[in-house]
Ligand binder design. Structure first.
Ligand code: RIB
Ligand code: CA
Length: 313
């Protein structure tokens, strides 16, 4: 039976591939897509979500707009990484996929209540929508199977020396999610940097030969250019699909149990995920932490997902 999932995104080039993977792989059932401000403003992230769904022909999954600002801080976008549009590279036409009229938190809550089985939440942006869901709809906690989020790091950050972007943008929301008592898996930079979109991966995408695959190549080319300019990396890490892959096939992503707390007050460390891998703090193992990726099988799953979309009529 496919695992029912809800994706909460801030597209974002890697979010775009996460949407395609979540829709295409038969081992998960994408019930809804919600959008949060992060990589770009909410308006741009919503437009990008609709653009990706339009070019992929995904017109049967409700999309809802969520929070446009973090719980307690001003929004900090990543236009240096994702560009002015938040999805620079391809020239997208006007999206035809509509936006659901409900706010994101309402869509998630109604989806959870209506589904016969508990649902897995896969946030790949700041955790603002998820924190608001738990605040405003505490009854749905029992309808959440687990939360598998892209964010944090067992090591250094990518926005400040110790903070990863999704956590840094809204550390208060992240703290509420990590300390919620729900089953939380952290897919952090330490593992997503094992998912570099190297030239061989780009060539595999290009070889698919469909317009959607070409769009993915253009997205990855832009994404790679900014990672090269900003960090001198030879290839960009495809962060968000690693969280989806963990739900699709847990054997793709090895995890360990460890206490994780979010620093919300540090002058120099706000947004850091303090991952106690060696159990020095005496805190309980509250979080599952992803540590190792089966790269070869991961790329087979990602490329296979993109290839599975038929060309649009
Ligand atoms: O730090 C990487 C994360 O921040 C990814 O989810 C990327 O899309 C941005 O949201
Ligand atoms: Ca993201």
């Amino acid at each position: 039976m496919p695992v029912p999932i809800v994706l909460d995104v801030d597209p974002g080039h890697d979010d775009a591939l996460a949407i395609l993977l979540a829709r295409a792989d038969p081992r998960v059932d994408l019930l809804a897509i919600t959008v949060v401000a992060g990589n770009q403003t909410l308006e741009k992230c919503v437009l990008n979500t609709r653009r990706v769904c339009t070019v992929a022909g995904i017109d049967d999954v409700p999309i809802a707009a969520g929070a446009d600002t973090p719980l307690a801080r001003p929004l900090r976008i990543a236009d240096d990484v994702h560009g002015e549009s938040g999805l620079d590279g391809p020239a997208f036409g006007e999206p035809t996929v509509a936006l659901d009229g409900r706010p994101a938190v309402q869509l998630i809550a109604e989806t959870l209540r209506a589904h016969p089985e508990p649902v897995t939440l896969i946030p790949t942006g700041p955790l603002t929508n998820i924190a608001l869901l738990l605040r405003e709809h505490p009854d749905v906690r029992s309808r959440i199977r687990e939360i598998v989020l892209m964010g944090g790091s067992t090591g250094r950050g990518n926005v400040t020396p110790y903070a990863e972007a999704n956590i840094y943008v809204d550390p208060e929301a992240a703290d509420e999610v990590f300390s919620s008592g729900l089953d939380v898996t952290m897919v952090g930079l330490n593992i997503t940097h094992q998912a570099l979109v190297t030239d061989d991966v780009v060539q595999r995408l290009r070889a698919i030969g469909t317009p959607l695959a070409d769009t993915c190549v253009q997205m990855m080319t832009f994404f790679g250019s900014t990672y090269g300019e900003l960090w001198g990396m030879p290839a960009p890490p495809l962060h968000d699909p690693v969280a989806v892959a963990r739900v699709i096939d847990p054997s793709l992503v090895r995890c360990v149990d460890a206490p994780v707390v979010v620093e919300t007050r540090g002058e120099h460390t706000a947004g850091a995920t303090v991952v106690d891998l060696h159990h020095l703090s005496g805190r309980p193992d509250t979080t599952r932490v992803a540590v190792e990726l089966d790269r070869e099988r991961f790329w087979d799953v990602v490329v296979g997902a993109v290839a599975s979309f038929p060309p649009l009529p």
